[in-house]
Write a protein that binds this ligand. Structure first.
Ligand code: C2E
Ligand code: MG
Ligand code: MG
Ligand code: MG
Length: 288
């Protein structure tokens, strides 16, 4: 009996594995067509300056509007794109689409703001990346200084010595650089100082954890570090007034999160820019 059961178990396990593999293959195949079928879309989430109380930048976030599955979150399809190499094409589509949106906003007379674009570690390791990005932006007539690339801490800290040169090339074509999900990887402080980066982005897990002494201590440390290294600093994932109040007290320079806005349709960006963030920030009483 035990033997028979063992076999049944094994077969069940196998079938489950198979179903997973088939599902993965199907998604890969569908993702290949998604770009041609215009199933990828962008959303934009505002990043607000505590100094000017205005939106100084927007983060572009990709969405896949699948005909049957509905909205597939990036955490599900970006890994598939990375595994298949499609991430290069996807990343270039995102940049070109951002440039098209910006040109449209400019024609509508909107004020200039930066757009943050997430770059996969796979795309970052591609050779000739800076030149390809420069070409895409030039074709679209988009000034590179309006784009900030978001690279994760682990992407730039792996093989850090080589990456200094890669980052330098991206800076040289006029792009700004941010370290995304900062605090979740293993940064060498000496490299952090040598990297030509502009912004540290405090990972949202620490903002979510601000009500614990440990979470607050980590946020404090990153704020101090960015001040010492003379970097811009942004807190992401702000959802509550308490989190906002803490970050205002600590003079965090830039703010992003559902508290201000969920990632929004490109059509809604003009309205987001017009919002009265000054009243909103002033309404959150800061203890002196
Ligand atoms: P990320 O770059 O760290 O982006 C932040 C994520 O947090 C986004 O999820 C955003 O919608 C979400 N978020 C923003 N504010 C809040 C908040 O107040 N609370 C909570 N709980 N979440 C908030 P999203 O859009 O699902 O993207 C997830 C990840 O997928 C991104 O993390 C990024 O790593 C990746 N990703 C998104 N778009 C792109 C892209 O165009 N290219 C690449 N390579 N990766 C992308
Ligand atoms: Mg990001
Ligand atoms: Mg992040
Ligand atoms: Mg992330």
């Amino acid at each position: 009996v035990a033997k028979a059961e063992g076999r049944a178990c094994y077969r069940f396990y196998n079938e489950e594995m198979n179903a997973k593999a088939v599902e993965q293959l199907k998604m890969e195949e569908e993702l290949r067509h998604a770009m041609e079928n215009h199933e990828l879309e962008l959303r934009y989430q505002p990043q607000i300056s505590t100094d000017t109380c205005t939106v100084v930048s927007m983060e572009a976030l990709v969405r896949w509007k699948h005909p049957e599955r509905g909205m597939v979150p990036p955490n599900e399809f970006i890994p598939v794109a990375e595994r298949t190499g499609l991430i290069i094409e996807l990343g270039e589509w995102v940049l070109a689409e951002v440039a098209r949106d910006c040109m449209r906003w400019q024609a509508q007379g909107l004020p200039d703001f930066r757009v943050s674009v997430n770059i996969s570690p796979i795309q970052f390791s591609q050779s000739g990346l800076a030149q390809r990005m420069a070409d895409i932006l030039q074709r679209a007539g988009m000034p590179p200084h309006r784009i900030e690339l978001e690279l994760t801490e682990s992407a730039i800290m792996t093989d850090a010595e080589t990456n200094i040169e890669k980052l330098r090339q991206l800076k040289d074509i006029g792009l700004a650089l941010a370290v995304d999900d900062f605090g979740t990887g293993y940064s060498s402080l000496s490299y952090l100082k040598r990297f030509p980066i502009d912004t540290l982005k405090i990972d949202q897990s620490f903002v979510a954890d601000l009500d614990s002494p440990d979470g607050a201590a980590i946020v404090d440390a990153i704020l101090a570090l960015s001040s010492t290294l003379n970097l811009r600093v942004i807190a992401e994932g702000i959802e509550t007034e308490e989190q906002l109040r803490y970050l205002l007290e600590k003079r965090c320079e830039l703010l992003q999160g559902y508290y201000f806005s969920r990632p929004a349709y490109p059509e809604d960006v003009p309205a987001l820019l017009r919002q009265d963030y000054k009243s909103l920030l002033n309404s959150v009483a800061v203890a002196e």
